[in-house]
Design a protein around this ligand. Structure first.
Ligand code: ZN
Length: 490
């Protein structure tokens, strides 16, 4: 049995439809759709994909955001995990502890199996799918970035057969050539030559187009259709050959998107409130505001009192959504009004002192898509963002198909999440699952009808300060917990 995970970065499952994505619909007709499927918090690419390959929440793997402040060194430093070369350096410097848990690639390697990666995401994201591939002689190919590729001779062979690596287009242009290149590299080189036990084929779109043109924009819809056509080539191969060779297909996305409606500058607002904020550690900075759609504040002196003071400041702002600080007890954070960061599974040593979401609501954007939010970036309103706890950010695509998943055209309503795929794959390959994994084996799709569907249990937590009120909703299945939403209002 082999596995092919095909990922569509940032694809909202409500955009999967016969006119736009006929090939994903063709897969759904042959497999099982996970209709109650979610990503982790923060709903950012470089937290979610580490969760895919570690089968665990952010708190376990430690990639707490696309960007974080590393306080394990003095002075503390700024880490942008889009940089594949930096990630390798950090892993070597830390004795292999860039991620705090074992990854699928390492586990497969110890069992004598292999993981291959082909991706058009950023160099850092591409490395995250299998950050130690070079240590095991495994394959990792980027559709654009040589520094993320290994081994060199395979890249040379792929370029000879498929053509030279296409340059990354500017962010405002949809990335078509990269998707075509990795699809061909899989079909013409990796599958025929390596037959890896598990392959990740990751399309970096429609995320980029959603960020720069809007989630429902024509440009974005066109790149979704383009990625779906590339996936159609894969599906043709699967129906002709792959399925008979025991290949299971898992189609996923890593998060959704909602639409920014009102721009804010957290740095300016904190400066107005009397702080000395900066976007990177510096001697005169008393609060580091990590840029991005998931609010992350790091204090040089993170005393309980200072954390409480800054939480009191931001919860008085109209753009402030759910807020998390380190736990005071089972529910609350140390700052009044905040919930404990353990409730959203970000309680890792690298986590910010204050993590917050921008306030989101169920407004409908110009394309008719539900989900609007305050946002912080230099782009205009009306474009896609993600990172927070709105249900449309957390909801993700999940479709499984192949002989291991009996039930053609079925829909599973049992809650599931991105952490569940690694345990499920290991279970089917009869490889022991490490205790670090917080995900579960998706027994309801692996053995449907064998047992009663697992039961789920909903729970809610709230906290408030003054007029500010926040509610976090989660659902549990067995020992796994999925985050459904976080809202705040006053
Ligand atoms: Zn993403």
């Amino acid at each position: 049995m082999r596995f092919l995970i095909v990922s569509f970065d940032g694809l909202r499952p409500d955009l999967v439809a016969p006119d736009l994505t006929p090939n994903l619909c063709r897969l759904q007709a042959q497999g099982i759709t996970l209709s109650n499927h979610r990503t982790v918090y923060p709903s950012e690419t470089r937290s979610a994909f580490p969760s895919l390959v570690t089968g665990s929440t952010t708190s376990r793997h430690g990639m707490v955001g696309n960007i974080y402040v590393d306080r394990s060194v003095t002075p503390s430093r700024y880490i942008d995990t889009a940089d594949a070369v930096l990630l390798r350096k950090l892993d070597l410097e830390s004795g292999g502890r860039l991620m705090s848990t074992q990854t699928l690639g390492e586990i497969l390697a110890s069992a004598g199996r292999s993981l291959a990666v082909l991706a058009t995401n950023s160099p850092g994201t591409t490395r995250f799918f299998h950050h130690k591939a070079e240590d095991f002689g495994h394959v990792r190919l980027s559709g654009h970035f040589r520094e993320a590729c290994t081994p060199d001779d395979l890249l040379a062979e792929a370029e000879e057969l498929v053509g030279p690596l296409p340059p990354k287009p500017p962010s405002t242009k949809p990335d078509k050539a990269g998707q075509d290149w990795i699809t061909s590299a899989f079909l013409d080189v990796i599958w025929p030559k390596y037959r890896s036990d598990v392959t990740v084929l990751s399309y970096g779109e429609p995320d980029l187009s959603s960020h720069f043109h809007g989630t429902g924009a024509e440009v974005t819809r066109a790149i979704i259709a383009h990625c779906d056509r590339q996936f159609g080539r894969v599906l043709d191969w699967w129906e002709a050959e792959g399925r008979a060779e025991g290949v299971q297909i898992i189609a996923i996305s890593d998060h959704g998107h909602i639409t920014g409606h009102t721009q804010v500058s957290v740095v300016e607002r904190l400066r107005d409130a009397g702080y000395r904020p900066g976007t990177a550690p510096a001697p005169d900075v008393d609060v580091v505001v990590v840029p991005g759609q998931v609010g992350a504040l790091y204090l040089p002196d993170p005393s309980d009192e200072r954390i409480a003071r800054i939480v009191a400041t931001i919860t008085g702002e109209p753009w402030c959504g759910p807020v998390f600080t380190r736990a005071k007890n089972d529910i609350e954070g140390i700052a009044l009004g905040s919930l404990g960061s353990h409730l959203v599974f970000i309680d890792h040593v690298r986590a910010p002192d204050v993590s917050f979401c921008f306030r989101a609501n169920d407004s409908v954007d110009p394309f008719g898509l539900v989900g609007g939010t305050f946002y912080e970036n230099s782009r205009r309103a009306g474009l896609g963002v993600h990172g927070g706890l709105h249900p449309r950010e957390l909801v993700a695509l999940g479709v499984v198909a192949g002989s291991a998943f009996p039930g053609q055209g079925a829909v599973s309503v049992v809650p599931s999440g991105i952490c569940d795929f690694a345990p499920t794959i290991l279970h089917l390959l009869e490889i022991a699952q490490p205790e670090s994994m917080t995900g579960r084996v998706l027994t309801e799709v692996v053995e449907p009808g064998q047992k009663a569907a697992p039961e789920s249990r909903s729970e809610a937590f709230d906290a408030g300060l003054g007029r500010f009120r926040q509610v976090l909703r989660r659902v549990q299945v067995g020992a796994s917990t999925y985050i459904e939403s976080g809202t705040a209002e006053w």
